[in-house]
Design a protein around this ligand. Structure first.
Ligand SMILES: Nc1ncnc2c1ncn2[C@@H]1O[C@H](COP(=O)(O)OP(=O)(O)OP(=O)(O)O)[C@@H](O)[C@H]1O
Ligand SMILES: [Mg+2]
Length: 304
């Protein structure tokens, strides 16, 4: 549904994207991650036809979105700037947008009213956008994007700055849309969110694609085994110092109520040693490192 083939985008001498290729298949929820300035928004502007690649090709449903206006009917985009008219009410924004897509006012209303309700914005329907808070605008922008019932939903950091409950509502909405078959392209710095809803992810750094794969592939490729030892708060410091005398300090991290060890360890030995020093252990957890840990590791490794 979305295809980048050797895409380079330069702004004068700045190379914002460098020979980037990836493909998002129908029905996928695809996550796009990368530090500030990595080129995520630029990629989104290219796929929505707002920018033209310097070289390479960008296709949406096999069409060039820069040249082909028809293809714009099948996708909706939630931009980082929200794209709502300040001097119009929420309802007027929704109706104007739906009219551009030849969606009737009645259908638009049937679609947006339950969403306004769901995002606690029901009382804002007739309020000017200029009077909405930042988070409210963001949610209104997501609702606007859904009014056209798009086949592809492209979102640039849709939950950035939203309160935790609103973030959860967006996450569950995106999951719902994916279940209904919508292709979702999501750029985000919230790696928990990406991990929770995406099938595949691409990692971008300074305009280059560092890696691409399923969350599981990426976690398996870069991840480590992590041990969490639950210890009473008062024993954390002494346990930390002891463990650091057995294991390199770089792999050990203090938690509020425990110790995190970022490497495979002979756990029964550590257990015995801690018990010998009268440190009560409340539990052990062995898990693969999270996408967040992996992301930090990849970025550090590639930091020239
Ligand atoms: N219109 C523009 N003119 C000149 N340079 C630009 C333009 N748009 C983006 N850039 C540059 O391209 C690079 C990539 O920017 P982009 O906005 O795509 O990053 P991003 O990954 O979305 O970052 P963030 O996480 O901060 O949103 C940056 O160096 C930015 O300064
Ligand atoms: Mg951006």
């Amino acid at each position: 549904m979305i295809k980048f083939d050797g895409v380079t985008k330069c702004f004068k001498e700045l190379r914002a994207l460098d020979n980037v290729s990836f493909e998002v298949k129908e029905g996928e929820v695809f996550g796009f991650i990368g530090e500030n300035g990595a080129g995520k928004t630029t990629s989104i502007r290219l796929m929505t036809g707002l920018l033209k690649p310097t070289s390479g090709s960008v296709k949406i449903a096999d069409k060039n979105p820069y040249k082909n206006i028809e293809v714009h009917k099948i996708f909706s985009c939630v931009q980082d700037t929200y794209g709502l008219y300040e001097s119009l009410t929420v309802r007027e924004n929704f109706l104007f947008y739906s009219s551009l897509y030849e969606v009737s006012g009645k259908t638009a209303k049937e679609r947006y009213l339950p969403l306004l309700e769901r995002f606690n914005l029901a009382d804002k329907e007739n309020i000017n956008v200029s009077k909405l808070s930042k988070g409210m605008r963001q949610k209104a922008s997501i609702i606007r994007a859904l009014i056209t019932n798009p086949k592809i939903l492209i979102l640039d950091e849709p939950t950035a700055g939203l309160d935790p409950l609103s973030q959860d509502s967006i996450k569950s909405l995106l999951k719902e849309k994916a279940r209904e078959g919508t292709t979702v392209f999501l750029s985000s710095h919230n790696l928990n969110e990406i991990e929770g809803i995406c099938n595949r992810i691409a990692i971008l750094r300074k305009g280059e694609l560092l890696d691409i794969g399923t969350v599981r592939d990426i976690v398996n490729k870069y991840g480590n085994i992590v041990f969490e030892i639950d210890i009473d708060k008062e024993y954390v410091d002494v346990a930390y110092n002891l463990i650091c005398s057995w294991i390199p300090k770089e792999s050990v991290e203090k938690l509020e109520r425990g110790i995190l060890i970022k490497r495979d360890i002979p756990i029964s030995e550590i257990n015995k040693k801690l018990v010998k020093k009268d440190i009560p252990i409340l539990g052990f957890k062995r898990r693969i490192s999270s996408l967040e840990m992996i992301y930090k590791k990849i970025m550090e490794e590639n930091n020239e």
